[in-house]
Design a protein around this ligand. Structure first.
Ligand SMILES: [Fe+2]
Length: 480
């Protein structure tokens, strides 16, 4: 492996930092590397594996103004590119306007999501406002451009997918903001996006074509400000949502942004034609869904898979000390997130629902060509109880109900693992899962490649990275 340091930002965090989400597996990195011809520690890189795995990371540079939440951290994209049985790695900060302003000031300028926006020193971005748009949540590659986005809405930052060089913001993005979880339809080569805010209309969505041009944007009225995180789509429809966990309207009027769980209200789904038009609304049992697995059409029915949370706002455990509330909201075991299916019948207007698997998991992957189409398999991340840290992978066969599981030892944490299809593959699971792994025991990081059909056999290849990297949230696969 040939390693080149290409950049470095100053570490302004406290030397004795003890925040649970800025230390350990969440310890940020400050050096930007290019590393060529990664060393293979075990196994072999499949010759046919061709393309790039990109993952965004919350990687804070500045101390927080008040309370820190891991989703506040500055965006950093890590990417590994495979071709001809070899792999190269790069990582770069997302050069957001907020990061530039804080580097220029030398101090933090914005309070994060669990702190009062009144503590921010200047106006900012986001559905809530007066936040930094860290662009650290999600990453996707569309029409030859890599885009990073932020879950509280903001600008869409564009990076060169091969060099990760920042190229400013995407021209197609509306000024009112775009949320994380833009969706790629590989059949039409379209990107579907959404955004949300506190002012009516509270929700909007749109489509970007294969040339990177916005071709449609529509607004949708909701009963008030909501906190959607993700959307789904099928061949002909987009599925948006109005979930009964949102900022308390009375407190919101006083400038206090406190999420409330309202189990007295239904979950509501809006099905809208991709060409635009009025939504058809469906009601289901109350829950919060962070991520949808996929959606597809089955005759007149939209089949929607996602993770149902049995307890979307768990009570903090006081024994966990000053970070009790943070631990409660980030623990998938406490949220009891598990794979679930809703069926929205456009002919009858009825919604039926059922759990798919009992095992707690989240952060889905489906076959690249299954997006918006019928899928048989879904892969998910399992999580370490008590933490927002992944500890393994599960492959779920929705036809047979069978699961395959791979679990990492304590102290070793993988990241979201999208599927790289084998070129010419026809079977959904003919390909590989790729993930970054942070090993806090050895203070190192690796790239792991799994056979998508046999994840229980463990990684078929392990590659070394030049330094330990921080765990992060969303990732994508971009075919070569
Ligand atoms: Fe997400």
């Amino acid at each position: 492996m040939q390693v080149h340091e290409r950049g470095r930002l100053p570490n302004r965090l406290p030397a004795d930092d003890d925040h649970p989400y800025r230390t350990g597996a969440w310890q940020p990195t400050f050096v930007e590397y290019d590393a060529f011809d990664l060393d293979v520690i075990e196994g072999a890189i499949p010759e046919a594996l061709s393309g790039s795995y990109l993952r965004n990371t919350e990687n804070p540079v500045m101390p927080s103004l008040g309370r820190y939440h891991p989703f506040d951290g500055d965006g950093m994209v890590h990417a590994v590119r495979f071709a001809n049985g070899r792999a190269d790695y790069r990582n770069r900060f997302v050069r957001t306007r907020g990061l530039a302003a804080e580097l220029e000031a030398g101090t933090p300028q914005w309070a994060g999501i669990i702190e009062s926006p009144a503590k921010s020193l200047r106006d900012g971005w986001g559905a809530r406002g007066r936040m930094k748009d860290a662009s650290s949540t999600d990453v996707i590659v569309h029409a030859g451009r890599a885009y990073t986005t932020f879950y509280q809405c903001g600008e869409v930052y564009e990076l060169a997918p091969e060099t990760l060089e920042s190229r400013g913001t995407a021209a197609w993005a509306p000024a009112r903001g775009v949320s994380a979880h833009t969706k790629l339809d590989p059949y039409r080569d379209e990107l579907i996006y959404f955004g949300y805010g506190t002012e009516a209309p509270h929700l909007w969505w749109g489509i970007v074509d294969a040339n990177g041009r916005r071709t449609l944007e529509e607004s949708m009225e909701l009963p008030g400000p909501r906190l959607p995180h993700d959307i789904a789509f099928t061949e002909n429809h987009v599925v948006l949502n109005d979930l009964p966990l949102f900022w308390d309207p009375a407190l919101l009027a006083q400038g206090v942004y406190r999420p409330r769980w309202r189990p007295d209200l239904p979950t509501r789904f809006a099905v809208v034609p991709r060409s635009g038009g009025a939504p058809r609304w469906f009601e289901a049992a109350p829950t919060y869904v962070l991520h949808w697995i996929n959606a597809f059409e089955d005759g007149s029915t939209i089949v929607l898979d996602g993770y149902f949370q049995r307890d979307p706002l768990p009570k903090p455990d006081p024994a966990l000390g000053p970070y009790a509330a943070l631990h409660a909201m980030l623990d998938l075991s406490r949220l009891q997130a598990h794979p679930y299916r809703w069926r929205l019948d456009l002919a009858t207007g009825r919604c039926t629902e059922e759990p798919l698997f009992d095992r707690v998991s989240e952060f889905p992957s489906i076959a690249y060509r299954a997006a918006g189409r019928r899928h048989r398999y879904a892969w998910s991340m399992t999580a370490k109880p008590g933490w927002f840290l992944f500890d393994g992978l599960v492959r779920m066969d929705l036809e047979t109900g069978r699961e395959q599981v791979f679990r990492y030892p304590d102290g070793v944490y993988p990241s979201e693992a999208p599927i790289a299809p084998r070129p010419g593959a026809t079977a959904e699971d003919d390909g590989w899962l790729v993930t970054f792994v942070s090993d806090t025991r050895r203070d190192s990081s690796e790239v792991h490649i799994f056979d998508a059909a046999r994840i229980d056999a463990g990684p078929i290849a392990r590659l070394a990275l030049p330094a330990r990297i921080c765990v992060g949230t969303h990732a994508c696969w971009a075919p070569g």
